[in-house]
Design a protein around this ligand. Structure first.
Ligand SMILES: CC(C)(COP(=O)(O)OP(=O)(O)OC[C@H]1O[C@@H](n2cnc3c(N)ncnc32)[C@H](O)[C@@H]1OP(=O)(O)O)[C@@H](O)C(=O)NCCC(=O)NCCS
Length: 277
């Protein structure tokens, strides 16, 4: 391959940015050094997501795992906060697709779709305790759950508003990770935490964020990756929900039942007279 060169953006007064991700010349685009058209011919979108974030192409088994995660994340119905908010904004602002998509993405956070990163930190916490304190993984998970209870914290990645006993995506993802020989300490730590949560709190199934956290940990991603991968996957669903809102629904159709429990109507007192100069 010819050495990719600067596309000329460094010649102006502004100092050039450093990047190791993408470069281009008048007839080529390279992603992490691979020609984009070759990737279009022989790769998949999951390959390119992995390549963009990790710098190397995934193995076929790793690609399959990333694809399965993205499918699992893509949509959970119009009522999921990210989809509901996207639809709400599409309903009132029909001129800006970007505003509706961005609004949907902004609904993703610690309580919805954002639990993967803290769950990866919980996994790391368990594994650190095993290494540093010489305890078993189950004992480490028991300590992590116990601390969360005494600090009145929820454990990220466990519990679901709909799937109270089992998240239908999890067993498949973990068995795929085992088949791919990717499943390691991350998957084991999530299972140890699930057992301890059931023992110390109540049965709260590992949710998609926990599966994402476990598998990304075992693939060697850093904790921040869980948020990025969730957003990448969910944008597919948010855009479909917004498109349906535009195509099937009338503007401003959303009417939320609101119960007012504030002050009864009351009169303003007499207006104060202005002081004469
Ligand atoms: C997803 C979630 C918001 C659902 O909440 P919910 O509908 O209130 O959950 P449930 O009705 O099943 O359970 C409520 C009870 O279990 C407890 N609980 C639920 N999830 C918990 C968790 N992850 N850690 C500790 N306790 C939890 C709550 O404190 C609550 O106890 P309380 O009744 O004494 O107040 C909640 O499980 C949660 O916060 N999970 C962690 C964040 C997360 O993983 N989010 C991604 C979801 S896909």
């Amino acid at each position: 391959m010819k050495k990719p060169h600067s596309n000329g953006e460094t010649n102006g007064a502004m100092q050039g940015w450093r990047t190791a991700i993408v470069t281009s010349d008048p007839s080529n685009i390279w992603i992490r050094g691979y020609d984009t058209v070759s990737l279009m011919q022989r790769g998949s979108f999951a390959d390119v997501i992995y390549l963009l974030h990790r710098g190397e192409l995934p193995s076929p088994a790793e690609r399959r795992l990333i694809e399965a995660l993205l499918i699992g994340i893509s949509d959970h119905g119009a009522g999921a906060p990210s989809c509901a908010v996207g639809r709400m904004v599409a309903s009132s602002n029909r001129q800006s697709v970007a505003a509706a998509v961005a609004a949907g993405v902004l609904a993703i956070g610690d309580e919805h779709g954002g639990a993967g990163s803290p769950c990866m930190e919980q996994i790391a916490d368990c594994l650190d305790r095993v290494r540093e304190d010489g305890v078993t993984l189950q004992e480490a998970a028991a300590a992590v759950v116990g601390e969360a209870i005494s600090e009145k914290r929820r454990l990220a990645g466990f519990g679901h508003r709909v799937h109270h006993t089992k998240d239908p995506r999890i067993d498949f993802l973990f068995s795929l990770a085992r088949k791919a020989k990717v499943a390691g300490d991350g998957v084991k730590a999530v299972q140890a935490l699930e057992t301890e949560i059931a023992r110390q709190i109540k049965p709260l199934p590992a949710n998609i964020d926990a599966a994402l956290a476990a598998i990304l940990h075992d693939l060697g991603f850093p904790p921040s990756a869980a948020r990025f991968i969730f957003i990448i996957g969910r944008v597919a669903g948010i855009t479909a929900e917004i498109a349906e809102e535009y195509l099937r629904e009338r503007p401003m159709r959303v009417r939320i039942p609101v119960a007012y429990d504030g002050k009864s109507p009351r009169k303003l007192g007499p207006a104060k007279k202005k002081a004469k100069k």
